[in-house]
Design a protein around this ligand. Structure first.
Ligand code: GDP
Length: 304
């Protein structure tokens, strides 16, 4: 129910565009497919993934000879769900922490402004509400504002934060954070990292140094590298996914601001193209407005 509300814009626009495309038509023909292609592209599904979906539907139309436009929703829903990488939690959209030795370490990456700090804050709050011990690490030391913002979220979520001054070594902050987390017997650590993309080599070096140094404290850290993308930025989000997956190993995605966009299709395209599961979606600015992604719920919310 909350998902439907959060995705209201994506939903209405997708469905209304789709019904316009099939209005007055009883069978799925080339014209309907052309219109559908346009609906998918303008919903930010991305050209590659759109073509994949269209080809699959074409194949079905060729096989079944006659496909009623009324069946199109159902077919699309199946094809789209089939493209989305399985989330680790499968169909149960619950916030879960895998069992590991020591704290579960999540390194959070993404460019400034996408909602990285907010996502960390929401996760911290939700994990704490589950009774988990959470520690935040302010390893985005490039901007003073980044450290301050994370502190505000640490206060809100009522979890401890480890920080140093602006300009200090991010790897050193990450090291301190893990030491503190281990000392406190923490369950989960969220490490914020700098979000500069303009210098790719620096970014790559910085992230690998943070990884290396964390492993001195927790040998298999980070257990997860969560890339945060702004779902309302369309092709920019694709480009960021491309850059970050080149710079470091990304294991999961959080797509934010899906409440503010009519183009939730970015979730489908990015998950398909990069074969990285979308784990969380942001549907608002509040602490509760982060949901564990469930592809069935997500796809259904488009077609309800
Ligand atoms: P950062 O620079 O990547 O750390 O970005 P912030 O976490 O500071 O977020 C940037 C802005 O986006 C803030 O105004 C947030 O409140 C807002 N924001 C983050 N996530 C969401 C979301 O899911 N929905 C909406 N509507 N706003 C969001």
């Amino acid at each position: 129910e909350t998902l439907d509300k959060g995705l209201e814009k994506s939903k209405t626009s997708f469905l209304s565009k789709l019904s316009k495309a099939v209005a007055g038509k009883s069978r799925v023909d080339d014209e309907v497919l052309d219109d559908l292609e346009e609906v998918l592209v303008t919903s930010d599904v991305g050209v590659e993934t759109t073509l994949k979906i269209i080809e699959r539907i074409e194949a079905r139309v060729a096989r079944d000879k006659y496909v009623n436009t009324e069946e199109l929703n159902g077919i699309l829903r199946e094809e789209i769900a089939g493209l989305l990488s399985e989330t680790e939690t499968g169909q149960a959209a619950e916030l879960k922490l895998p069992e590991v030795d020591g704290p579960y370490v999540i390194m959070v990456v993404g460019v400034n402004g996408v909602g990285k700090t907010t996502t960390i804050g929401k996760l911290a709050y939700q994990f704490r509400m589950q009774g988990k011990k959470v520690v935040l690490g302010a390893a985005d030391t490039f901007r003073a504002a980044a450290i301050e913002q994370l502190e505000i979220w640490a206060d809100r979520a009522e979890v401890p934060i480890v920080k140093q001054n602006m300009g200090s070594d991010p790897a050193s902050v990450a090291f301190d954070t893990l030491q503190s987390a281990v000392g406190q017997g923490a369950d989960v650590v969220l490490i914020d990292t700098a979000g500069r993309l303009h210098n790719k080599v620096n970014l790559m070096n910085e992230l690998s140094k943070v990884r290396r140094v964390m492993q001195k404290v927790v040998p298999d850290a980070p257990h997860e590298v969560l890339l945060v993308l702004d779902g309302s930025t369309g092709q920019n989000a694709f480009e960021q996914a491309r850059q970050f997956t080149k710079a470091t190993e990304v294991s999961s995605l959080a797509v934010t601001k899906l409440d503010g966009t009519a183009k939730g299709g970015v979730v489908i395209g990015i998950s398909d193209q990069f074969q990285i599961p979308v784990k969380y979606i942001g549907v608002g600015e509040g602490m509760e407005d982060l949901q564990v992604f469930n592809k069935y719920e997500f796809v259904d919310s488009f077609f309800k």
